[in-house]
Structures are given as structure tokens and as C-alpha cells.
Design a protein around this ligand. Structure first.
Ligand code: DX5
Ligand code: ZN
Length: 221
């Protein structure tokens, strides 16, 4: 059985005390990953944060797995800066590269920089191009909302992509991102997702660890 992972999205945290916010979700059998949404205001209509934040998180949490979701144009430009900042995994968007061949080159560059590599697809993008990369990446991210903002509603129609990918790749890490909560996670888990990103559901909860445990429980069930 594939490991269940919950990756709290720090976009929903209070940035004035980001380190302490992350400390409330990390460790002791709870979250080991932090989902870091980097937005450039060009690939998506929003700007979030960049490498100085990731680098600060790396200093404070040397053992955390920094799951970096780059919603940026020209992702190849950011491989070295992200590796230097301490990113563990770099997920780029298939829509941001020119071809599957260019994506393969990018995956090699990410691996050469010492990071794991992920490829993401927006809700309206066919699985095909990213599916071709499933054998060379460490994770495929099936977006369950339009990228750009936290707090949106989960789109169940994206689950056919998760099902298709899971059928051909039993061991692949498949991440879902957007609108995941204890209410929607069962749908994603049943389709075959094993890495659950959750921003608002975790950081807006009174008992964050209870939400993380509930999400983990649904994926492991
Ligand atoms: C959206 C981001 C998500 C977002 C998820 O562009 O990629 O990671 O933070 O937030 P919630 O869980 O609140 O939908
Ligand atoms: Zn994300």
C-alpha cells in the first residue's frame, strides 16, 4: 500500500508568524510535508511568495519535506534558486513548458539539482501530456481547482484523471490540490490520490492536527 501524505498549504497560514504556524502542523506522526505555493502573477493571476520564505522555512525546519508548487512561467529558470533555498520537490506546470521533450529536460535538471520532480495539470488540461511523464517524475499533481487562490471549491470532475493515472501507475505519488477537506477527501482517496494538499481546511481549523489525522485516515482506509 502507498504511503498516505498530507501536505498543509502554507498559503492559508498567518504569514506574520509563519514559522510558528508551520510548527503547529509538523511532526509527531502528523504532517511531514509543507506545501509551498509559488505564484508569479503571470502564469496565474496572483502573487504569493518566493525563495526567501522557502529558505527561512528550510533553516527553521531542517527535516521538513518542502513540497514546492511552482505556478510560474518559464519554470526552468527557477530550478537552481529553488534548490539553493532548500526545496525538496519542485512541481512545475505542464502548461508552462513548450513540449513533453522540454518537460523531460526540465525533470532531469530538477533531479540533477538534487530535488524530486513533479508535474501539475490544471483542471482544464488533458492528462495525456503529463501522463507521458509519469514514468520519469516522482509525483503528478492533479489540480482540483483553478490554480491561483486558496479557499476554492473542489472540482469532482477532475477525478477521472486521478482514476486513469492510478490504473496505469499503482506506485506513483498522485497529489490533489484545491478544496480538499474531510468532506471531499474520500472522493479523492477513492479515485486513487495519496498526497493530499489542504490549506484552509487545516489552517482555519480549531484543531489542526485532528484535521490532518482525519485526512490521513481517509487516504489510508
Ligand atoms: C491554489 C494552490 C493551493 C491552495 C489550496 O493555487 O495551489 O495549494 O493553497 O488551498 P485550499 O486547500 O484552501 O483550497
Ligand atoms: Zn498548490
Amino acid at each position: 500500500q502507498l504511503r498516505a501524505v498530507v501536505s498543509p498549504s502554507i498559503l492559508a497560514a498567518d504569514f506574520t508568524r509563519l514559522g510558528d504556524e508551520c510548527a503547529t502542523v509538523l511532526g509527531d506522526g502528523h504532517a511531514e510535508w509543507l506545501h509551498c505555493d509559488v505564484m508569479d502573477g503571470a502564469f496565474v493571476p496572483n502573487i504569493s511568495f518566493g525563495f526567501p520564505i522557502i529558505s527561512s522555512l528550510r533553516k527553521r525546519f531542517p527535516d521538513a519535506f518542502l513540497d514546492c508548487h511552482l505556478m510560474v512561467e518559464n519554470p526552468g529558470k527557477w530550478v537552481e534558486p529553488l534548490a539553493k533555498a532548500g526545496g525538496s520537490l519542485m512541481t512545475f506546470h505542464i502548461e508552462a513548458v513548450e513540449s513533453v521533450d522540454a518537460a523531460r529536460v526540465l525533470v532531469d535538471a530538477i533531479h540533477d539539482a538534487g530535488m524530486a520532480a513533479g508535474v501539475a495539470v490544471k483542471p482544464g488540461t488533458e492528462l495525456a501530456a503529463a501522463g507521458d511523464l509519469a514514468d520519469v517524475v516522482d509525483m503528478v499533481l492533479i489540480m482540483t481547482v483553478e490554480p491561483g487562490f486558496g479557499g476554492q471549491s473542489f472540482m469532482p470532475e477532475t477525478m477521472t484523471k486521478v482514476e486513469t493515472l492510478r490504473a496505469s501507475h499503482p506506485q506513483l505519488f498522485i497529489q490533489v490540490d484545491g478544496g480538499l477537506s474531510p468532506k471531499t477527501v474520500d472522493t479523492a482517496a477513492a479515485a486513487g490520490a495519496n498526497v493530499i494538499v489542504a490549506g484552509s481546511a487545516v489552517f482555519k481549523a480549531d484543531d489542526r492536527l485532528a484535521v490532518i489525522d482525519a485526512l490521513l485516515g481517509s487516504v489510508s482506509a
